[in-house]
Design a protein around this ligand. Structure first.
Ligand code: INS
Length: 336
């Protein structure tokens, strides 16, 4: 079966997904694109012979659309995700699932009413080969328990529209989800520290920040979010076990040896750095939809991540960087 896919949000990320589904993956076909910017919808749809819509409603209700990808801004995700659920269609929604815990709860309620898991949140690092190897080492148990995790989430630059809140809900949210998945437990406390600022930031931005989190069993996680590096897109992670330290490998690129030294090329964006993870995530989603099954992270994962974000943002907004407890509702049996 070919899964007929509609995309809502024709920006850079959405277009990268259209290209990968058409050129690199199998089993999916792009049949419609919706964007409030009419020209953007038309130009994104045209190369694939897909329909262009000005509203997400038209796309979700199109009987020729089997499943939906949402790649709009986080703030507008919730109503579209709920409409997809009500239409009985699988939806892969880019992170964050929604920007408030209330909206995530409304999504979980709609899904439970539908009686079927239809929502996948686009936390693509769960599909990254290196993170999966790291998780396998932890789960093999030969090096004891996890004690600490050190993360570095570095971007070359961010646009002026990027706010301090986005350091948490757009950037650190990747580590928030990946750490929950890697360690298999919830994050219960979080504090955001503000070190000395880089001169390469826009004045309104707090950059870098360090997010410190503790899990239920007491694992301490730190995450340097540093988004005006100038020189690369660089993701690092070191998991400290009792008798081993496991690090992600460096970027999967060539090495150059010359008078400057022996070095490897650096990625410049997440689309490049996580190309393999995105491809695996989307291929697994297409295959699962074709079998009428759910795959990847659930609405509960989206809700849990947003709840950690809320606690982190309240710590960030207080210059004394208090440690803030994460408030989580009881997990519905539906997501067990
Ligand atoms: C992007 C994307 C990237 C992250 C950026 C964020 O939306 O999620 O993976 O590194 O900080 O702005």
């Amino acid at each position: 079966m070919t899964v007929r896919i509609g995309l809502i949000g024709a920006g850079g990320m959405g277009r990268a997904h259209l290209a990968r589904i058409t050129n690199e993956l199998s089993g999916g076909q792009i049949v419609a694109v919706a964007d409030i910017n009419h020209d953007a919808a038309v130009s994104a749809a045209e190369p694939y012979g897909a329909k262009a819509y000005d509203t997400s409603d038209e796309l979700i209700n199109d009987p020729e659309v089997d499943a939906v990808i949402i790649a709009t801004f986080g703030k507008v995700h919730a109503p579209d995700v709920i409409k997809c659920i009500e239409a009985g269609k699988y939806v892969l929604c880019e992170k964050p699932l929604a920007t408030t815990a209330e909206d995530c709860i409304a999504i979980m309620e709609a899904e439970q009413k539908a009686g079927k898991k239809l929502v996948t949140v686009g936390f693509m690092r769960r599909f990254d080969a290196a993170y999966n190897e790291m998780k396998a080492v932890l789960e093999a148990g030969e090096n004891g328990q996890a004690l600490l995790v050190h993360n570095r989430h570095r971007n070359p630059s961010v646009p002026e529209s990027y706010t301090s809140r986005m350091a948490i809900d757009d950037t650190a949210i990747h580590e928030i989800d990946t750490m929950r998945w890697l360690l298999g437990e919830e994050i219960v406390r979080v504090r955001v520290e503000r070190p000395k600022s880089t001169t390469h930031r826009f004045d309104h931005l707090i950059d870098p920040v360090v997010v410190v989190m503790y899990t239920e069993s007491g694992v301490r996680i730190d995450d340097e979010v540093n988004v005006n590096l100038q020189w690369a897109y660089s993701i690092e992670c070191e998991l400290v076990l009792e008798t081993a330290a496991v690090r992600l490998g460096d970027q999967e690129k060539i090495h150059i040896r010359d008078s400057q030294g022996n070095r490897n090329a650096m990625c410049q964006s997440h689309i490049d750095r996580f190309q393999g993870a995105f491809n695996r995530e989307f291929q697994e989603w297409i295959n699962a939809v074709a079998r009428d099954e759910h795959t990847g992270s659930t609405s509960w994962d989206g809700y849990a991540a947003t709840s950690v974000v809320d606690a982190a943002v309240s710590s960030l907004e207080d210059e004394t960087s208090p440690m803030v407890e994460v408030t989580l509702m009881e997990k519905p049996a539906f997501y067990a």
